[in-house]
Write a protein that binds this ligand. Structure first.
Ligand code: GLY
Length: 422
């Protein structure tokens, strides 16, 4: 088979690394890819939003399966357009991708289908939103309705922070059109965890739960990032709770989308919080998580091409995935200054010193004059697999310590909640 992966971050590198292990994958392309992906796939210089060129490439090269990494092309309808041309593609349609693309849609959907989540109200007027804030007690959460690169969620500890948030999102349009509507919801207390579910619109196959670390500094302090590290399986979501999530969240989403005439296909990322009343949904994403995918896929024994193709062709077999009975930890190495301003073009060294059971996924790298240099805020995702989470943590930090570039920054406490639990 010829497989095209759309995207160019750590998530796409992990997907391609896993796809390469399948005997079905003969040729793998990645658009646009990055410095690390170029070592295991043929990178094609097409931006993820140029759907016309991606389609043209898939047709010309007789691609058998296209796998979409990031949310933007999904919310722009890449799946609908490929399917109109009979091209096989893994992901949700534009309408189904609204579960991530519109927080207001997702909340309304969850309310309608009785999916546990924080109670909320949606506003299209800044004045109405401010009036509502006068009436509720902090803390509360304001979410920009549309895509905002993970920055559109504000946890407000005071009403003043809420008014500032409304001003920034709805009046100053810090996230552009994404701020035309806002959702204001109750703040939920608890530990966060996420689960990735692959579906063909009917059958659901779940991958092991994982936990991201969104804040830039140790102890979960400082501004949010795209994610500074993840581990799997996350013990906070034990087998019993996984069944609860399956029955109360994943099944109602898939059945609900189908009953509304928008069957959900592809991977559904359920961002959850474990409250005293049980697991509740914080958000849905219509794609694999990043960096979660870098910790989850190394544990998978089941052929990923089988799963992706069965989902894309609407014939997903109901089976548990086969997993290694091990733990995986991914530590993200970032550029100094991230998530604020940072420099690019720093030479990366030490990758030749990485040993067995450790894989370095590239997020923001590129080749420059035959040297590997940094090319983004999140630069590398270093993932180790070992028998226990403690051993995987020890192993991953041993590897991270060997990789150097000017300004390299990483958190030293990835996995701290799992360690407390065991
Ligand atoms: N790591 C969070 C996300 O992928 O949205």
């Amino acid at each position: 088979m010829k497989v095209l992966v759309v995207g160019g971050g750590g998530r796409e590198h992990a997907l391609i690394w896993k796809i390469r292990q399948s005997p079905f994958a003969e040729e793998i392309f990645c658009a646009p890819g990055n410095g690390g992906i170029a070592e295991i796939a043929e990178c094609v210089d097409i931006p993820v939003t140029d759907i016309k060129s991606l389609m043209h490439f898939a047709e010309k090269n007789m691609v058998d399966l296209t796998v979409v990494g990031p949310e933007l092309p999904l919310t722009l309808g890449i799946v609908d357009k490929f399917r109109e041309r009979d091209l096989v593609i893994f992901g949700p349609t534009e309408k189904a991708a609204r579960l991530e693309g519109s927080k207001a849609f997702a909340k309304e959907f969850m309310e309608k289908h009785k999916i546990p989540t924080a109670s909320s109200r949606t506003f299209t007027s800044a004045k109405e939103a401010a009036l509502h804030i006068h009436k509720i007690d902090p803390p509360f959460v304001i979410k920009a309705d549309g895509l905002a690169s993970g920055k559109g969620v504000l946890i407000c500890q005071t009403r003043a922070e809420g008014f500032d948030g409304i001003e920034m999102i709805m009046k100053k349009k810090a996230f552009g059109k994404a701020g035309n509507r806002v959702v204001i919801e109750d703040f939920l207390e608890g530990e966060e965890v996420s689960i990735l579910a692959i579906t063909d619109g009917e059958t659901i196959v779940t991958l092991p739960p994982s936990q991201d670390h969104k804040a830039i500094y140790e102890g979960d302090k400082g501004p949010n990032t795209g994610g500074m590290g993840a581990y799997a399986p996350a013990p906070v979501l034990d087998r019993r709770l996984q069944t609860v999530v399956f029955e109360k969240i994943l099944v109602p989403v898939v059945q609900g989308m189908k009953s509304e005439g928008n069957p959900y296909t592809g991977v559904l990322y359920a961002g959850l919080i474990m409250t005293n009343e049980g697991p509740k949904t914080l958000e849905f994403n219509c794609r694999f998580g990043d960096p979660e995918t870098q910790a989850v896929l190394p544990l998978l024994r089941t052929d990923i091409v089988d799963l992706l193709l069965e989902s894309a062709e609407g014939r997903l077999k109901d089976r548990p995935v086969e997993l290694q009975d091990k733990a995986a930890v991914c530590v993200v190495m970032a550029a100094g200054g991230y998530p604020g301003d940072y420099e690019k073009g720093k030479e990366i060294q030490g990758l030749n010193k990485i040993y067995r059971d450790v894989t370095v996924f590239h997020a923001g790298t590129r080749m420059k004059n035959d040297r590997l240099v940094t090319d983004g805020g999140r630069v590398l995702g270093v993932t180790a697999v070992d028998d226990t989470i403690e051993q995987a943590i020890r192993k991953v930090y041993g590897a991270v310590g060997k990789i150097t570039y000017d300004g390299a920054y990483y958190r030293r406490d990835i996995g701290h909640r799992a360690l407390k639990r065991i």
